[in-house]
Design a protein around this ligand. Sequence first.
Ligand SMILES: Cc1cc2nc3c(=O)[nH]c(=O)nc-3n(C[C@H](O)[C@H](O)[C@H](O)COP(=O)(O)OP(=O)(O)OC[C@H]3O[C@@H](n4cnc5c(N)ncnc54)[C@H](O)[C@@H]3O)c2cc1C
Length: 371
Amino acid sequence: MKVLVTGGGPAGSLAAIHLAGKAEVTVIEEHQSAGFPVQCAGLISDSCFDELRRFVSDKCLLNRIKGAFVFAPDGSFVELKGKSGAVVVERKILDVELLRKAAENASIRIKTRLLSCDGEKALLRGTSGKNYLSYDVIVGADGAASTVARTLSFSRPRMLSALQVECRFEAIDEHMVELYFGRDYSDCFFAYAVPLGDTARIGVVASSEPRRYLEGLIKKHPSVSKRVKGGFVELNAGAIPANLVDFVKGNAALIGDAAGMVKPYTGGGLYYLLVAAKVLGETFPDLKAYKKRYIKKMGKEYRIGERIASFYSVLKDDDYITLVKVGRSMQGIMPELHMDRPSSLLKIMPLLGKLITHPRLYTKICRALMM
Ligand SMILES: Cc1cc2nc3c(=O)[nH]c(=O)nc-3n(C[C@H](O)[C@H](O)[C@H](O)COP(=O)(O)OP(=O)(O)OC[C@H]3O[C@@H](n4cnc5c(N)ncnc54)[C@H](O)[C@@H]3O)c2cc1C
């Protein structure tokens, strides 16, 4: 059986790795290499990295992270500890190593772009011009602007815009990420700093105008603006899907950003696509089973994750200030959270009673949770 995997990013490479021995796989990648251009802060959980380590070396490991400081707009912050740690990886290295691993069993065609497909054959443009490639199954791992999804009329996820810079930064603790909430830094999400020694990847996610929010964060945030030290060496812009869409149609399956497989409340995609690639390999060639098993495994995480993400649009600056204050008063009793599993946040529910002295905020949160 011939499988055409479109896209040599992590979703495409991992899909090819897990399909090894089950099909004759071709991966096409439009760029000269994988991991280019970078559109990622590189933050993944330890457990995600442990899974990836089966296929990549430690060369892509840049930093270890033990938790997060969550900032209210006034600069106050609270510490959140993770159940396990996290790491920061260099996607330029990770993606290349994954594609190299995929190449052990798949045929890789770089500088080859999918122009369209019709269910049986794909029109490609490579270094020697246009040509057709026939396939039995097509896997759309071609990112947020997926050509597979577009030409085969899959419904598309809602998209958020992300903008990130890498620059010199004085982190409070170089093993803690920082998350910044407030209307001046995003209309529907949050901004972040992922530390890398004396630099950091500082970014924002918003429904539009990410540049305005990023400038506001760097120039005006009461804490960040004092710690950004210039030396901007990298600028990444990209789209982040906000919801999972139907990802199987006939002999076509989507995976990764193409399918909206990202944690709805952080925008992190690597763990969710890693799970999908594994499930695709286990269930292949039954694509309906791929969809069913993935939803069984991850459906609850998406549902809870979307509710958490809805808080970002509902909460106002004053609410974040109150939440950080209440969070600080609960510092010793806060449960440890699993970075990849929003359902672990349910452990916080019994502590919501602490908000009873803030009835307006309490009602707002309960309403958002029940929506
Ligand atoms: C600013 C930013 C920060 C992020 N930070 C994190 C983070 O810290 N942690 C995390 O887990 N996630 C993060 N993400 C999300 C993460 O980067 C994505 O979820 C992940 O890259 C998705 O992988 P993918 O393989 O599905 O898509 P991509 O990485 O986009 O790969 C798609 C590949 O397909 C190729 N392609 C596209 N169209 C075609 C075509 N027509 N023909 C041939 N090839 C094609 C592209 O060149 C690309 O190589 C971030 C995203 C952004 C934008």
